[in-house]
Design a protein. Sequence first.
Length: 84
Amino acid sequence: MRSDNREVKKCSICGKHFITNKSRVVCCSPECQKKRNKEIQNEARRKYVSQKEPKKKKKTLEEISVEARAAGMTYGQYVAQMGL
Ligand SMILES: [Zn+2]
C-alpha cells in the first residue's frame, strides 16, 4: 500500500506546475531534469575550479572524500556531480 503524498510543484527550469509524489523531484519532465542536471554540473565545476588551489594539480581520493562528506554527499555522488 502506498500513501498518497502527491503535491503540486513548480518546475525549477521552465516554471510549469506539475504534480509529483517524489519529494526530490523538482522538474516537470525528463527534458527539464536534463537541463537541471547540466546546470548543477556546470555550477559545481565552476565552484570546483574557483576553489582549486594553484599549487596542487590533483586532489587525492582522501581529499575528495573529505570534501564530499563536507558537502553532505557520498564520494560517488560528489564525483558524479563534479564530473570527475
Ligand atoms: Zn519544466
